[in-house]
Design a protein around this ligand. Structure first.
Ligand code: UTP
Length: 409
């Protein structure tokens, strides 16, 4: 793309301000900006007018979860199949670490956050220690760990993990890939600039991982290694069990396209997404979409029918994902704090949300699949998310939960 073409593209989308400082840029910066204009999909910015509007949903029905008591009863059966599947090299793990962690407010990637009290305990370290537990259970069979970063945190994430020798995980079993970016705008859909020669972008959501893996050519690795199942999980749950044999075994035995770890809700209106069926296909209903009738609904045992919240840990059948990879996932508009250049060219870091980011979410990926097994885990043992510095889902609450589970910090 040349300057003239870039200008025309911007005019078409009403984004001419992107070139405001063009004449002040060095030759390299000019080229980089033109390239960014070429690669940016400005059409998504149109969607900011739908901020806050509910997305049309289908007919919801409950989807029964496999509960802890059944899992305990069938433990040996699940564990055996899980271990066999892992030992056969059929399981990969994908760490979603592309997020910006804006609520935590640290400048570094979330995984570099140190939750230790008497020693260093980085979030990445906790995650890898948990994965090493699985390796041990599987008789020393290592699981290929794919780590998704974004353009914003890739280099620092790689150097941090290298510096710490991957916290004991073999380097040849770790592969990094970058997720795609989407532009970020003000409420009128005008793209923000984060530098005089740089359009403001942010990672395109937690569902971007599979498409980005394909783009990075990693399907070849998946096929070569015979990986059939991929456990994807969030960076910020420090009690996360990853590809644990029972979960793998249950998902394989049930013959579903995907397993989803869920926890029992602690109140009918708890702010978590709940596993359900939507128009007969697996889906997740957000807590604010639950009607009173749905909150009151009971299953055949008299328990709440919409009772299991997702914790962003899913085991996907890779072939099933590949089959749906061509489908376009819906775009969600999220209100966020976006650093931007003001009128005078000064970089402002806002205290309050000031615009929109555009994300694809993993829940829509699940809805494309034919079947999903919600698999109950005990919240206190497997769910300690770190979203905020203090209060709910915070460093503080995660430390308490680590203590409860005998993890020294
Ligand atoms: P969150 O939705 O909590 O977002 O991510 P976040 O970016 O970490 O934090 P906030 O909202 O800015 O405070 C849940 C998981 O999904 C990953 C995150 O890294 C985290 O593991 N994620 C999120 C991505 O990998 N890419 C994204 O674009 C968004």
């Amino acid at each position: 793309m040349n300057f003239q073409e870039a200008k025309e593209k911007l005019e078409k989308f009403g984004q001419e301000h992107v070139l405001k400082y063009y004449d002040e840029l060095t030759e390299t910066e000019k080229q980089d900006l033109i390239q960014q204009i070429d690669e940016t999909d400005f059409a998504v910015l149109e969607n900011c007018k739908n901020l806050g509007k509910s997305e049309g949903r289908g007919k919801f029905e409950p989807l029964a979860a496999m509960q802890v008591d059944e899992i305990e009863k069938r433990h040996d059966e699940f564990f055996k199949v899980g271990v066999e599947t892992i030992k056969a090299g059929k399981v990969g793990a994908v760490l979603l670490a592309g997020g910006m962690g804006t609520r935590l407010g640290s400048d570094n990637p979330k995984g570099m956050y140190d939750i230790g009290l008497t020693k260093h305990v980085y979030i990445f370290q906790r995650i890898i220690e948990n994965l090493l537990d699985t390796v041990k259970q599987a008789g020393g069979a290592y699981i290929h760990l794919f780590i998704m970063t974004s353009e914003k945190n890739n280099d620092i994430t790689i150097s941090f993990l290298k510096e710490h020798n991957y916290f004991g995980y073999p380097e040849d079993k770790v592969t990094f890939f970058k997720q795609d970016m989407a532009p970020a705008s003000d409420y009128n859909g005008k793209v923000y600039m984060e530098g005089k020669g740089r359009i403001s972008t942010s990672p395109n959501g937690n569902a971007g991982w599979y498409a980005s893996m394909l783009k990075a050519g990693l399907r070849d690795v998946i096929l070569k290694e015979g990986i059939e199942w991929m456990d994807i999980f969030a960076v910020d749950n420090v009690l996360q069990r990853i590809a644990d044999p029972c979960f793998v075994g249950a998902t394989v035995i049930e013959g579903v396209a995907c397993g989803a770890k869920v926890v029992r809700k602690n109140a009918p209106n708890e702010g978590v997404g709940v596993m359900c069926l939507e128009d007969g296909k697996p889906s997740i209903v957000e807590y604010y979409e639950l009607t009173q009738e749905m909150m009151d609904a009971k299953d055949e045992n008299g328990d709440p029918a919409y009772n299991y919240g997702v914790i962003l840990n899913y085991l996907f059948n890779e072939k099933a994902l590949f089959d749906i990879a061509k489908n376009t996932l819906p775009l969600h508009i999220v209100e966020k704090k976006i650093p931007y250049l003001d009128e005078n060219g000064n970089l402002i870091k806002p205290e309050k949300p000031n615009g929109c980011k555009f994300e694809q979410l993993v829940l829509d990926m699940i809805h494309e699949l034919d079947s999903c097994l919600p698999y109950e885990v005990v919240r206190e043992h497997e769910f300690a998310p770190i979203k905020n510095p203090t209060g709910k889902d915070s460093v503080e609450s995660a430390r308490e939960l680590c203590k409860l589970n005998g993890i020294e910090l």
